[in-house]
Design a protein. Structure first.
Length: 250
């Protein structure tokens, strides 16, 4: 990570200590429901399988998971839900993508626009930002009691595209082709490595660095976007130093 953390890494650490568990479970359930619309059998639906695994990684109760699958596979008004991605610029002209799942796009765009406008950013037209990101699979592996080199070798042998180690050495990020994420996750898990999370993300082709003041403003904006009920994922092309992360966490 070249001494910097991407939003995906920060989000993972934040989720581990997030007190708003009910909001987290609501978002996870909605993702499961959306994935189940194309099939309720996880063995036949890779998107659903990944959504369920993500929920389990966050200790979501099985009853909640089953309820979300049932809702998505039945005729319970889920056709009203839409997946919409908004594009915009944050402080310093940074690129930001906001993935949402909503039953009221007017409400959602108003809430997203308000966060952008109040935090030194602005929404942009479709296509203005998305071209700067590639769809990737991201598997995060805990390194406690495990040799980092062994994890890297196992991930490469399983088909990973790229490996990154966090600055503190506690996490290994395995970047994959989205189609191979489940195969590689299972392979690493079967070899005894502790999978912290697995998800499909939009990874920036290039990461930009900002001065501390602008970086802090950007990180706070990303957190405010992520806290919106209709937002499922937030993607950014900013690299954050540990000092910036610490400043926002205080």
């Amino acid at each position: 990570m070249s001494g910097h953390s991407k939003w995906s890494s920060i989000k993972h650490k934040k989720a581990a200590t997030d007190s708003k568990r009910s909001q987290l479970f609501t978002k996870l359930a909605r993702d499961i429901t959306m994935a189940a619309r194309t099939g309720s059998d996880p063995d036949m639906n890779s998107a659903l399988r990944l959504a369920i695994q993500k929920a389990r990684d966050s200790n979501m109760p099985n009853t909640n998971i089953d309820r979300a699958v049932q809702k998505g596979s039945g005729d319970n008004g889920t056709d009203q839900l839409e997946e919409i991605t908004y594009e915009g610029y944050g402080p310093g002209g940074t690129a930001i993508l906001v993935d949402t799942v909503t039953d009221n796009k007017n409400r959602t765009v108003a809430e997203v626009r308000l966060v952008f406008s109040r935090n030194g950013g602005n929404l942009a037209e479709n296509g203005s930002v998305a071209w700067q990101f590639d769809l990737k699979g991201l598997i995060t592996v805990n390194t406690l009691r495990t040799n980092v080199d062994d994890i890297q070798l196992a991930a490469i042998e399983a088909g990973a595209d790229e490996i990154e180690v966090s600055e503190d050495g506690l996490l290994v990020e395995v970047i994959t082709d989205p189609a191979l994420i489940e195969q590689i996750r299972v392979s690493l898990s079967n070899e005894g490595y502790e999978i912290a999370s697995a998800d499909i993300i939009k990874m920036p082709q290039n990461t930009v660095e900002l001065d501390d003041q602008t970086a802090i403003a950007t990180l706070r904006m990303l957190e405010k976007l992520d806290e919106l009920d209709d937002v499922s994922k937030v993607h950014s092309n900013v690299g954050f130093s540990e000092s910036v992360i610490a400043a926002v966490s205080e």
